[in-house]
Design a protein around this ligand. Structure first.
Ligand SMILES: Nc1nc(=O)c(N)c(NC[C@H](O)[C@H](O)[C@H](O)COP(=O)(O)O)[nH]1
Ligand SMILES: [Zn+2]
Length: 167
């Protein structure tokens, strides 16, 4: 129910607070959740893992490592009804040129070839500061992954996301 979504989004915001401020990105937090059981499978925040990493990317990378897999193969170990909560909608283009998170979410498939991340819950849409309009949601929905906005934390999420930007 909506309160559960808000509770998970609050936990994702807690993750975002851990991210080191940087002028060239947003501080984002994310959770991977088993929607059938409610269990939190992984948490992550921007720049948590080595390199120029995104929150959603860190969630996938950490879970994959825990299961002896590369991030690309993470779907093999994820439950079939996995969802991701992210304070900001998954990127679809990155100024760094790194693989966008929308693609990382889409490519997560299990050994039966079934896509395992079924829904993306997002706290805010990406502000058009770095890459203009974010096409991530359209791309996700084109692949049958529903994107659901969880209202209520927008101001706090944006304040955390932009803390590394000169005012
Ligand atoms: N959903 C999301 N999760 C993140 O963890 C993060 N940092 C962004 N930020 C989106 C923004 O568009 C990119 O941060 C810039 O485009 C710079 O690209 P890099 O991050 O350097 O690859 N978006
Ligand atoms: Zn991203």
């Amino acid at each position: 129910d909506p309160n559960d979504h808000l509770q998970y989004m609050r936990l994702a915001l807690d993750q975002a607070q851990e991210s080191p401020p940087k002028p060239s990105n947003f501080r984002v937090g994310a959770l991977l959740v088993n929607a059938d059981t409610g269990a939190i499978l992984s948490r992550g925040y921007t720049l948590e893992c080595e390199g120029n990493t995104h929150a959603e990317q860190c969630c996938l990378l950490k879970y994959a490592k825990d299961h002896g897999l590369s991030e690309e193969c993470v779907g093999e170990a994820l439950p079939p009804n996995t969802v991701i909560y992210t304070t900001m909608e998954p990127c679809n283009l990155r100024l760094s040129g790194n693989l966008p998170c929308a693609d990382r979410i889409i490519r997560a498939i299990n050994l039966d070839g079934e896509r395992v991340i079924k829904k993306v819950y997002l706290g805010v849409e990406e502000p058009e500061k770095f890459v203009g309009e974010n096409e991530g949601r359209k791309k996700l929905e084109k692949h049958g992954i529903e994107c659901v906005h969880v209202p209520g934390l927008e101001a706090r999420i944006l304040s955390v996301a932009t803390a590394g930007h000169d005012k």
